[in-house]
Write a protein that binds this ligand. Structure first.
Ligand code: CA
Length: 269
């Protein structure tokens, strides 16, 4: 099946190039779950950022999400002999290969160990370059971009599309967003790493401007907080680690039903 791929949005490039990025992340068990099956990892130096949300019985979800983070980071930061960051090479192929390898690592580990059978994980990732970024995802963990707009416009844009049963029903008009939130099927995801021998990510290539703020997060954040609330919290004048703490605390205050993870990446001039 063809892979949906969104290319640049046609904006005129600014003369000011983005020259570097800053990042911070925070993960929390939440208030109801006994353990944290989310995982994250990043390397500002290599321009690679990943958030995963694992699933499976006992410790399987934790194993799946941490395996995926480790494998994708390892593959995207250590291409032997290549000095350039992955985004400056052949990014889409590199990302697809890394996702495929992470998928196989989880899948074959589950095959070897019956206690891990059925484990899997979502993955949302970001590769950064000087003027553009590549977002990739499998499952219902999301990437948003906050960009300065006029005061009457929302600057927060959801970049990824959830691979979940209810979101797919919403997209074809068979369910309203409110029905999706209440549906008993809301936890069913339609694509995951590790549950089948092969998986393909969605890829979104975007231009980056100084000031852009990217949020990668698990559904423990987005089920508790509306997009307008996320946008208002991201607009606070705080360092990135302070913004992560505000997001996580707000999600816990709103219920904290699930593990909560957020990773923020800011493009700076
Ligand atoms: Ca979750």
């Amino acid at each position: 099946m063809a892979n949906p791929c969104k290319l640049g949005c046609g904006r005129v490039l600014l003369s000011t190039a983005v020259v570097h990025y800053a990042a911070a992340a925070l993960s929390d068990r939440g208030r109801k779950r006994p353990s944290n099956e989310d995982a994250f990892g990043f390397s500002v130096e290599h321009g690679v950022y990943v958030v995963c949300d694992g699933m499976g019985g006992a410790a399987a979800g934790e194993i799946a999400s941490s395996l995926a983070v480790d494998e994708v980071l390892r593959l995207l930061t250590s291409r032997a002999g290549d000095e350039a960051a992955p985004l400056e090479q052949a990014p889409k192929e590199v990302v697809e290969q890394a996702i495929c390898a992470a998928n196989e690592a989880i899948y074959f580990r589950a095959q070897r160990n019956p206690q891990l059978s059925g484990m899997g994980t979502t993955l949302v990732g970001l590769l950064t370059g000087e003027r553009r970024v590549l977002v990739f995802n499998v499952g219902d963990s999301r990437c948003y971009r906050l960009r300065d707009r006029r005061p009457d416009q929302s600057g927060l844009e959801q970049i990824t599309l959830d691979h979940s049963l209810v979101e797919e029903q919403v997209r074809i008009g068979r369910m309203t967003p409110a029905e999706a939130l209440r549906s008993p099927l809301r936890n069913v995801i339609t694509r995951a790493l590790g549950t089948q021998s092969c998986v393909t990510p969605d890829l979104f290539e975007l231009e980056a401007e100084p000031g852009d703020l990217f949020l990668l997060c698990s559904d423990g954040l987005t089920r508790e907080l509306s997009d307008p609330l996320i946008e208002s919290l991201l607009g606070l004048d705080l360092p990135l680690d302070g913004l992560c703490a505000r997001l996580v605390n707000a999600a816990k205050k709103a219920g904290g039903q699930d593990n909560i993870t957020c990773l923020l990446v800011r493009a700076e001039s």
